[in-house]
Design a protein around this ligand. Structure first.
Ligand code: ACO
Length: 334
């Protein structure tokens, strides 16, 4: 029996900064509303004509993570790629990474769990390592939201929160089972699927519908019942962090760093208060990037690590909640 440990982290975001003031130029919104409700000041959106896509950004983040891990791409045994904005309806982005990084013909899977995508992906990779099947796994989270958003005032409740970007980590076998990923905890509640969804493209809403002449089709845009999602998020975040701590006989005082999914600064502040954490025990970067969904936790974790906020031996808690609903946590001894 082994544990798995993060040995390399990397992230990539497009250069193009879109401020709240920029959004106010094409929809009825304002900087004050967005900052007060979400904490977001700006986000990165891929510019038209850029080569970036979810897979391309994922590959850029992966190259950094692999280089920092000290491994070579040929040492990677498997790829797990989390995204809700894949380049193709099929195949998934994982296989594109295999090609883009000139990797061996290793296995690659995609995870479709939206904001919880990275925590789910990490958990899947962790199981493969714990059973001894693989030694080194590349785990990627990437999103290209900006091309699929409703940029009219009708879409403002969702459009202002999403940003583009990617993060990646290399997960590797750890012989000392007191270190690395101690446990992961995953949940879902599918009855709320329609509270936060992008309906199309899907097999039940397919080409004949789309081609119908003159029909305005909003089913490609994300729909979110924001207040409903918010209320569930704060409850589920708290539950799944508590579950992870209890599983490992840890108390809230043992948390050195909480890296929550960056959905809304108010959600993170609620969790911080609930677990009585100080400002430097919770890492937030939603102000700069908005909600990058499956990329958000791994981008935040990478930045926290780059800023020396994580030391050997620290208890690092990752937690996420999102569409599905799905939610999860990972308890890590660094
Ligand atoms: N600018 C200005 N006004 C706006 C905007 C905007 N961008 N968006 C909405 N409004 C207006 C609404 O029209 C409404 O006006 P009305 O009262 O006249 O009808 C008012 O502001 C309040 O709207 P609400 O939607 O009730 O605002 P709320 O306070 O709930 O904040 C938000 C919205 C920020 C989206 C919040 O609900 C939220 O963060 N929810 C959770 C998001 C989340 O956790 N998602 C999960 C991850 S995402 C994933 O998994 C893909």
């Amino acid at each position: 029996m082994y544990n798995s440990k993060i040995i390399g982290l990397g992230h990539y975001v497009p250069d193009h900064v879109v401020t709240n003031h920029d959004l106010a130029k094409f929809m009825d919104t304002n900087d004050e509303w967005i900052q007060e409700r979400t904490g977001i000041k700006e986000r990165r959106w891929i510019e038209k004509g850029s080569e970036d896509t979810s897979a391309v950004m994922g590959a850029k983040a992966s190259r950094i993570a692999i280089e920092r891990s000290g491994l070579a791409t040929e040492d990677i045994d498997f790829i797990v790629f989390a995204t809700m904005t894949p380049d193709y309806f099929f195949p998934g982005c994982g296989v594109q990474i295999q090609d883009m990084l000139n990797m061996k013909n290793i296995g690659a899977i995609d995870i479709r769990n939206q904001c919880s995508g990275f925590v789910y992906a990490l958990s899947v990779a962790d199981q493969f390592i714990k059973t001894g099947m693989y030694k080194n796994i590349l785990v990627v989270g990437a999103e290209y939201h900006s091309n699929g958003l409703d940029k009219s005032t009708r879409g403002r409740g969702v459009t202002v929160i999403f940003g583009d970007g990617a993060g990646a980590c290399v997960l590797s076998r750890e012989e000392d089972t007191s270190k690395g990923i101690l446990s992961t905890h995953l949940h879902s509640e599918g009855k709320y699927a329609e509270k936060l969804t992008v309906e199309s493209p899907s097999i039940r809403h397919w080409v004949p519908d789309i081609m119908e002449a003159g029909k305005e089709d909003t089913s490609y845009f994300p729909y979110m019942d924001g207040t409903f999602v918010f209320k569930h998020a704060v409850v589920r975040f708290s539950e799944v962090i508590k579950e992870g701590l209890e599983k490992n006989n840890l108390k809230k005082e043992d948390i050195d760093l909480l890296v929550p999914h960056q959905a809304n600064l108010r959600i993170a502040q609620f969790i911080q208060k609930k677990f009585e954490l100080k400002d430097d025990q919770v890492f937030n970067n939603i102000m700069k990037y908005g909600n990058t969904t499956a990329a958000s936790v791994v981008i935040a974790l990478t930045e926290a690590w780059e800023l020396d906020k994580i030391k050997a031996g620290d208890v690092v808690v990752l937690a996420a909640f999102g569409s599905g609903f799905t939610w999860g946590s990972a308890i890590i001894r660094w």
